[in-house]
Design a binder for this molecule. Structure first.
Ligand SMILES: *Cc1c(COP(=O)(O)O)cnc(C)c1O
Length: 347
C-alpha cells in the first residue's frame, strides 16, 4: 500500500531556518495536528524533540496523548480535558465554553483579531478573565491567528497591531489573578512575514514540512519538502494503440505503451481529480482514472515516486498542499530515508 518516505535532512534544515527566523529554538511550537499533516505524528514528534523542540500544538486531546512524552507543553486547539496531563493546555475559543473546563485546567485564551473564525472579541477580554477566574481555571496564554499572512495585504498588519495593542492590558489583568501568560499569533506565514518575532512563541505547521507558499512579493525561505509518496507496482501490461486503461477508459493509448498499476488510490489520499492529468517529478504520466486503491502510470518501474512536493500534486487538482498532506491515509507505511542532493537513497 505505498510508502511515505520522510527526509530527516529536510526536517532539520527547515527547523534551522525557522529557528534562525525567530531567534531561538525554544520559541518554536511544532504543529502536529492531523497526524502531523499526514507525516506521522509520533515520527515527527520524536525527530523534533531530538532537535531540541519542547512545545507542540495539536487539535485533540487524543492526539496530545500520543506525543505527550516528547514535549514540555502541548497546546490543544479544540477539545476538552478527558484524562488530562499536567503539560496540556486547552484553548478557549468562546466565552460560553469557559464553564465546560474543570477547575484547575490550564487554558489559553483565543482572541479574534480579524479572522472571525474562532476566538472571543477583543472587547470581551475582561469578561473572559473574570469568567475564567470564577471557574477556577489557570490562564497561561493569549493567542490569535492570522487570516492572510501569506499574501501581500494590509490585513496582516492590522491583526498584528490589534494583538500587540491588547498585550499590556492582558498582562495586567492576568497578574491580578496570579497568572503568567505567554503571547502567540503567528503560524508559518506570519513567522516569515516579519523580520522580528515580537511574541513568546510561534506555531509552525506547513513550514516545518517544507510546503510553505508565500506570495512572490514576500520572503521566500529555502524550505525543503520533508515527505515523498512512493508507490509499489502491482501489474504491468502493454496497451496496443487504441486500448484504454481503467474505469470508463478515459485514456486511450496512441501507440503501443507500457503501463503499470501502483498500490495507491484515492482511499490512500491520491486525490481523484488528478486522474489522467498528473505527471510525476520524473516526467511519468498518470493514465486514466485513479481507482480506490490503485492508479496507472506510463512506466514499468517497480517503485514509483508519485510526488516529493505536495504543492505540485495539489496544483494538478486545484487545491493546496495542506489538503493533500492532511488527507494521506493514516495506514500508509512511513519511514525515514536519507537524501543526497534531493535524490532519495535507501538507508
Ligand atoms: C494549523 C494551525 C497552525 C499552523 O498553521 P501553518 O500555516 O501550517 O503554519 C497554527 N495555529 C493554529 C491555530 C492552527 O490551527
Amino acid at each position: 500500500m505505498g510508502t511515505i518516505k520522510l527526509s530527516r535532512e529536510a526536517l532539520y534544515s527547515n527547523l534551522d531556518i525557522i529557528a534562525q527566523q525567530v531567534g531561538a529554538k525554544d520559541k518554536i511550537a511544532v504543529v502536529l495536528k492531523d497526524n502531523a499533516y499526514g507525516h506521522g505524528a509520533v515520527l515527527i514528534a520524536q525527530a523534533a524533540s531530538q532537535y531540541g523542540i519542547t512545545q507542540a500544538v495539536v487539535r485533540l486531546e487524543s492526539e496530545a496523548l500520543e506525543i505527550a512524552q516528547y514535549f514540555e507543553t502541548v497546546l490543544i486547539l479544540a477539545d476538552f480535558p478527558g484524562v488530562g496531563n499536567a503539560n496540556f493546555r486547552y484553548v478557549i475559543n468562546t466565552l460560553e465554553s469557559i464553564e465546560k473546563f474543570p477547575k484547575g485546567t490550564r487554558v489559553e485564551l483565543k482572541i479574534d483579531t480579524g479572522m472571525h473564525r474562532h476566538g472571543i472579541a477583543i472587547d470581551d477580554l475582561e469578561k473572559a478573565f473574570k469568567r475564567m477566574a470564577d471557574q477556577g481555571l489557570e490562564c497561561v496564554g493569549i493567542m490569535s491567528h492570522f487570516k492572510s499572512a501569506d499574501t501581500l495585504s494590509s490585513e496582516w498588519f492590522w491583526q498584528r497591531r490589534a494583538f500587540d495593542g491588547l498585550k499590556e492590558k492582558a498582562v495586567k489583568s492576568a497578574k491580578k489573578q496570579g497568572w503568567n501568560v505567554r503571547f502567540h499569533i503567528s503560524n508559518s506565514a506570519g513567522t516569515f512575514r516579519s523580520s522580528q518575532c515580537e511574541d513568546d512563541m510561534v506555531r509552525i505547521g506547513i513550514a516545518l514540512y517544507g510546503c510553505l507558499q508565500m506570495d512572490v512579493t514576500l520572503l521566500q525561505p529555502a524550505l525543503k519538502p520533508v515527505l515523498s509518496l512512493v508507490g509499489d507496482k502491482i501489474a504491468t501490461r502493454t496497451l496496443k494503440a487504441g486500448q484504454r486503461v481503467g474505469y470508463n477508459g478515459i485514456y486511450e493509448a496512441q501507440c503501443d505503451e507500457v503501463v503499470s498499476t501502483y498500490d495507491l488510490g484515492y482511499a490512500n489520499g491520491l486525490d481523484r481529480l488528478a486522474s489522467n492529468r498528473y505527471v510525476t517529478p520524473d516526467g511519468i504520466a498518470l493514465r486514466g482514472r485513479i481507482s480506490m486503491d490503485s492508479a496507472a502510470f506510463s512506466t514499468d518501474a517497480d517503485e514509483l515516486l508519485i510526488f516529493n512536493d505536495a504543492n505540485e500534486y495539489a496544483k494538478a487538482v486545484g487545491t493546496i498542499g495542506y489538503e493533500i498532506l492532511a488527507c494521506l491515509d493514516k495506514d500508509l507505511k512511513r519511514e525515514w530515508v536519507e537524501t543526497v542532493r534531493g535524490e532519495l537513497v535507501e538507508p
